[in-house]
Design a protein around this ligand. Structure first.
Ligand code: G1P
Length: 299
């Protein structure tokens, strides 16, 4: 199957670090964010991936290309890093297209219309990391049962509703066994609602498996929230023609790396799960926390 990864965003929440480098290339531990996303797609058997990029994103292409000189250098030194450098360029067949104007997520996805043609396709947002790669298989399982579009959602607190696309939905118990998670049939969608109009607290979390009709709808989707062409609005239009399902995933399965604090949280959480770093980091955090409590005690 194919996937589209929109990655044209300017990374303004990370300025100045993103002035001359793509936010998708910021590290989480020892890998750039985008490598986690591509590895997740590859783990789900997706072998053709379109990255929708923009100006200033060349470093992404370079990272997933062969680096013959570097490989030779590592080979000559007998370096243990050779294998990890080599395998990055073999993860999947990557294609690139530029979104020439920042017209919104829906517009970015529509830049892949010729790539997906008349096939169903995944969309993976380029700033969400799913380290255990356990969400796309759930979407696939529901798609196999229904032949319909499926999106991943997670529960968020009321004060965060206006950061997300929020769905209204009815539980569908028959699909839970396949997805091994609560499943819903979607009956409403609102992009970035205020809490008083949000239809639930189930938020779209950046993983979609979509039918070709969605691409046709994007072609005529008008600008919505924030003056941008929204993928959520095309999904709302899809409800008139086809069913749309949602799989509820655990908040711990994904990390939004799109702002400094959540990026930091992703780094610390993943380091604590990684035996290379966990022991020493735990000790370091304990020292820092006790130093912090001493200084807040005025010592
Ligand atoms: C996008 C989508 C939104 C979704 C969110 C997940 O918003 O438009 O529906 O909930 O990603 O992170 P963005 O974060 O690009 O503003």
């Amino acid at each position: 199957m194919k996937a589209i990864i929109p990655s044209a965003g300017l990374g303004t929440r990370f300025l100045p670090v993103t002035k001359a480098q793509p936010k998708e290339m910021l590290p989480v531990l020892d890998k750039p964010i985008m490598q986690y996303v591509i590895e997740e797609a590859a783990a789900a058997g997706i072998d053709q991936i379109l990255l929708v990029t923009g100006r200033g994103k060349r470093a992404i292409e370079d990272h997933f290309d062969r680096s013959v000189e570097l490989e030779q250098n590592l080979r000559d030194k007998g370096s243990a890093y050779l294998e990890s450098v080599r395998q990055v360029s073999d993860l999947a067949q990557l294609y690139y297209v530029r979104q020439k104007s920042p017209l919104g997520l829906g517009h970015a996805v529509h830049c892949g219309a010729a790539f997906t043609d008349s096939e169903p396709f995944f969309v993976l947002l380029g700033d969400i990391v799913v380290p255990r790669c356990d969400i796309l298989p759930k979407l696939q399982a529901v798609y196999e049962q229904t032949g319909a579009s499926v999106i991943a959602v997670e529960r968020v607190d009321d004060e965060h509703l206006s950061r997300y696309g929020i769905i209204g939905a009815q539980p569908v118990a028959e699909l839970e066994a396949a997805a091994q998670a609560p499943c819903y049939r979607v009956n409403a969608l609102v992009e970035k609602p205020s809490p008083d109009v949000a239809p639930s607290n189930l938020a779209i979390m950046g993983r979609y498996l979509l039918t070709p009709h969605l691409m046709e709808l994007l072609d005529c989707t008008k600008p919505g929230a924030g003056g941008e062409i929204q993928l959520t609005d095309a999904l709302l239009a899809l409800l008139d023609a086809e069913p749309l399902y949602a799989v509820e995933v655990e908040p711990e399965s994904s990390f939004d790396t799109g702002n400094v604090l959540s990026w930091l949280e992703a780094n610390i959480t993943l380091a604590l799960r990684d035996e290379r770093y966990a022991g020493e980091l735990r000790e370091l955090l304990a020292v820092l926390m006790s130093a912090g409590s001493e200084s807040t005690n005025g010592k």
